[in-house]
Each structure stands twice: as C-alpha cells, then as structure tokens.
Design a protein around this ligand. Structure first.
Ligand SMILES: Nc1ncnc2c1ncn2[C@@H]1O[C@H](COP(=O)(O)OP(=O)(O)O)[C@@H](O)[C@H]1O
Ligand SMILES: [Mg+2]
Length: 293
C-alpha cells in the first residue's frame, strides 16, 4: 500500500467516525483584484447573521487582505501548526462577529513536502474544524499558478468571481479551461458557481454569466451555475479603505444586500448529499496526494 492509499484509508476511517462535516466553499478567480476576498469575508458575515459558525481559511500566500479587512492580525499560521506544534485552536484568530480566521501563510506552499507524520497530524487537526464550524470559506489566490489550480481542483465547491472587464472574462475562461482539462475535475462532474462582481446593472450581471457560460458550453462541453451578482458599490470601497467589511459597516448598502442574496442562494442549493464526505480533510488529502507534483 503506498502512502496515498494509506491516507485515503485514513480519510475513509475518519468519515465513518465523523458525525458532521463542515461545508467547504473555495473562492477563486482567473485574475486578482476582482473581489475574491470581499466575497469571502462578506459571505462569512452573512452566514454568521444566519446563525452559521464560519471559519475563513486564507490560502492566498500573496496578499493578506482577509486579515486587513477583518482587522485581525493572526499570531500564528498553518506553518506553526505543521512545524511548530501549535494546535488548530491556536491558529484560529477571532474577527468581528466571531468569525474565525486561519492564515495559511507559507504553510500552503510547504504542503508538498510533508512527511507522513506531518500529514497525519495536519489532517487530524483539520478534522477538528468540523466541530468548530458549519461552513469553511477558503480564499485563494488567483487561479493562474499551478498550486492554486490544484487546490481549487481538490475543492468540493468552487465559487468563481468574475467582473465585466474583458480581461477578467478571458482569465475566467482560461481558468475554467484548465479545470476542465484536469481529469480529476472532469471525473468529479462538478459545477462551478459564478459570481459576477462589480456589475453596473442586472443586465450586465446576466450578460457576464451568459458570456462565460456560452463559451464553456461551446468549447468545454460543460456549464457554470449562476450564483448571483454584486453591484459595483462605492460603499464597499469606502468600507475597504476603512479596513471594514461592507456587510458590517453598511448593512443596508446595495452590495451588502447582494451578499445576503448570495449567501441564501448558497445555502439553498447546497444539499447534504453533495457535501457529504467532501470536507476540509478530504480537500487537503486530495491536494497533498495529487499526482505529478
Ligand atoms: N462590488 C464592488 N464594488 C466596488 N468595488 C469593489 C467591489 N468588489 C471589489 N471592489 C474593489 O476591488 C478591490 C479588490 O477586491 P478584493 O476583494 O481584495 O479582490 P481580490 O481578493 O480578488 O484580489 C477592493 O479593494 C475594492 O476596492
Ligand atoms: Mg484577495
């Protein structure tokens, strides 16, 4: 039995024992600066308002904008757990509205080189998140780099953020093409949820979706789901400048209302069957045991 097989057995065993698996939603985009971190943090706030316990996992090694927006400076990150004996609760920072926050930090890039013992420890630690959260939101970097792409492919639910800008549309398409070309993604028969951000009208939001979906249908023989749209809103920018979250600072703003609709759409379409056995531990196992890295 090779190491990957051993790890898969371990996850299977864990699934048998685990009572509950937190839902994992991974947020990504073709290019940066399209609103991923805002979607992550505002969805977290909206889910909190609905009584869900939420943990945001920041897997973007580049820009630490989740922590800036939450005004929460993490003392430790995933590396401290893997290499320095911290436990999972030590590396969770509490933000506004009791939103938990974990910084991946450099720990993410180190995931490729872990020993079996380290992996076992990591997976058992991550499993504890299922007790602490109902929903885990993962904010990734833009999906252009290989490791981000692999991380997205390992994710049970993928939320793709796009703006009406032509470069965002083409980069989203490139990302979708890379996903569809990957056998693991294709076999999973999974859909990607599209969020049109910074739209000037409902018509523009619809057309963003139509444009992306039509090329995916035509050239990739797939489709994307339309999860919803967020208007371009100066209140959101104002909140970001003040290191605040628009859904907290301006709950009546158009963007905040749209995030509420988005959160509702996610809760309504995520059925239990779909999320079962697709938790945070499985994501990391898939990522770590993927082929060819
Ligand atoms: N709906 C929106 N309305 C207005 N500005 C937005 C909106 N979404 C994002 N922005 C702007 O884009 C910037 C980048 O957003 P961010 O969430 O950090 O993107 P990413 O995480 O994809 O790099 C924000 O600081 C904000 O100024
Ligand atoms: Mg970001």
């Amino acid at each position: 039995m090779d190491q990957a097989e051993q790890l898969r057995n371990m996850v299977r065993e864990q699934n048998r024992v685990e009572k509950k698996t937190a839902r994992v939603i991974t947020i990504t985009s073709g290019k940066g600066g399209v609103g991923k971190s805002n979607v992550a943090v505002n969805l977290a706030v909206q889910f909190r308002k609905m009584g869900k316990r939420v943990i945001i996992f920041d897997a973007d090694i580049g820009l630490a904008n989740v922590e800036v927006m939450l005004g929460a400076v993490p003392q430790y990150n995933l590396s401290d757990l893997i290499y320095r004996g911290k436990n999972i609760k030590d590396i969770i920072t509490e933000g506004p509205m009791e939103i938990g926050f974990i910084s991946g930090g450099s720990g993410i890039s180190g995931l490729n080189n872990l020993s079996k013992d380290q992996i076992v420890f990591l997976v058992h630690s991550l499993a504890e998140l299922n007790e602490l959260a109902d929903i885990i939101i993962i904010d990734t970097g833009a999906g252009i780099s290989d490791s981000v792409l692999e991380f997205v492919i390992a994710s049970p639910e993928i939320l793709l953020v796009t703006t009406p800008e032509p470069s965002s549309l083409t980069d989203s398409y490139s990302l979708l093409k890379a996903l569809h070309r990957n056998p693991t993604f294709a076999e999973g028969n999974r859909n990607v949820d599209l969020v049109a951000n910074k739209v000037l009208s409902d018509e523009e939001g619809d057309s963003v979706y139509e444009r992306v979906n039509s090329v995916v249908e035509r050239f990739l023989n797939g489709r994307v789901n339309f999860l919803g749209m967020i208007p371009a809103d100066s209140k959101l920018e104002k909140a970001v400048r003040a290191q605040k979250v628009v859904s907290v600072q301006y709950p009546e703003a158009d963007a905040s209302k749209a995030f509420e609709v988005l959160a509702n759409n996610l809760l309504n379409h995520g059925n239990e069957l779909y999320t079962m056995h697709k938790g945070i531990t499985q994501l990391f196992i898939k990522f770590i045991t993927r082929e060819g890295h």
